[in-house]
Design a protein around this ligand. Sequence first.
Ligand code: SF4
Ligand code: SF4
Length: 310
Amino acid sequence: MGSVELTGTLFDIQGFSVHDGPGCRTLIFLKGCPLSCRWCSNPEGRNPFPEPLYRQIKCTLDGLCVEACPHQAASIVTGKLILDRTRCRSCTTFECTAACCTEALQRGGYSMTVDELYYLIQRDRQYWGSRGGITLTGGEPFFQPEFTAAVLKRCHTAYIHTAVETCGEVPASAIEPSLPYLDWLFFDLKQMDPGLHREGTGHSNRQILENAQWLSGAYSGRMVYRMTIVPGYNDKPEHISRLAGFISSTGGNEINLLPLHHLGREKYPLTGRCYYTDELHVPSQEALLGIREILVSEGIVCYIGSETPF
Ligand code: SF4
Ligand code: SF4
């Protein structure tokens, strides 16, 4: 029997990004993330498997998906389409989306081999210019460690610049195989206090901080920290000073602050999730500048939004 070809599960590929690494880049969004950040803007990237995305506004309730589903996961109850998503977890065939004539149901996520992905990647090459390349994001790229390492290796050996954005909540052994092929790393931090970190993301920050310390010795490419500023959660001066102290302790000195936004709100219902984050405010530019002032006073170089020099 032949060996099974390595595949990864993706949920999007986007070209022409200028904010996630040097030059013009192709962003590759991998599915699956160990964290559940309350402010996550890519809820369709959280589950590691493909899933149905349902747009109620397009649904005519004709029941074609109900008839088509071989797992009895879809039903119409009192004028509403109900999906038993626990039955969809292992679905590979998505008869419901094929049957749906209005695109109310669409498949979120698909599998690809390294060769298939590389074929798509290299078609963008002409748009990258001399400095561009690919950025793996998600979801969490190191949640699929073998696939991520294989894609990075394939690109690196073809002289394509490689970047990853990670939340760090994976074993170091999931990151290590990728390091020789990685030119740039965005390392996301959320909160220095382990209890508050758990409150905001569902996990303690222990492994994340350990990985950041370990990478300071293990990784020789450029590593820029990133933090989404969530007012009331991680914007207090004492927290920012603690953040600065941690970054310095890893030998790092750069952070990119990203303001919380609500652009992901509309995607929550597509995946059957509720958006609980409306009460969180978007930070003002003034507040971000105040945070930068603290970081700079502690010796950290701070970029706000798309200011990161690549
Ligand atoms: S994704 Fe699969 S299991 Fe779920 S409703 Fe569609 S066909 Fe049925
Ligand atoms: S097939 Fe499409 S339009 Fe028809 S009930 Fe299902 S989701 Fe709605």
